[in-house]
Write a protein that binds this ligand. Sequence first.
Ligand code: DGP
Length: 227
Amino acid sequence: MDQTGQSSNRGAFIVVEGLDRSGKSSQAARLLERLQTANIPAKLMKFPDRTTAIGKTIDSYLRSESDLDDRAIHLLFSANRWELATSISSALHSGTTLLCDRYAFSGIAFSAAKGLPYDWCRAPDISLPAPDLTLFLDVAPEVARERGGYGEERYEKEEMQRQVRVMFQRLGEETSGSGGGRQRWVTIDAGQSIQAVEEDIWRAVEPLVHGVDNPLERLWETTAAPS
Ligand code: DGP
């Protein structure tokens, strides 16, 4: 039993992060398929979740159909994660491995890249359920651009992506050291072939897929998260 009274063997919380066009969403889908083929209960989530009321406001902002103050949209992205925090925790405690396409690291990276203070950006996501592993799919923005070009959405511009990458690298350095013996942040070379990226991801994920014994922690805290 962990500090929340839950069984300590729970599903793993695995986050996939990266620049736009890093291959993140395709790799998350491939990983889900691989887990399901191995009969491991797994579910894929995605942030922003554009289906909720908050998510619809975010969607309209990203499509440049509406404008919002930088801080206001930052808090909405965070609120979009908070509105699903309880279901993340419940799914993990029921033994489901959760894959999450983007999470709080994107929250900091994209807003800090726009010039908002890094610590201010981190604050609203403190205490969210903490991932057991974050896979950062690293690709140079010029390589990402060559993959059929960036789309039409607000942040899909090369200079912005360059700044976002710097922020992700900082997050990686800060997160790598805090794993209690386990690597919490793994950088994957996403410039390789799809198959090579998939294999690197599997090597990092495999030790976690049969359950995790340690309690679910909260992001940027040391205590366990309630269910
Ligand atoms: P996606 O649906 O993964 O293509 O993400 C949509 C865009 O929103 C993408 O450019 C990354 C950005 N984004 C994702 N999460 C956040 C966040 O929490 N804050 C900010 N400012 N941008 C985010």
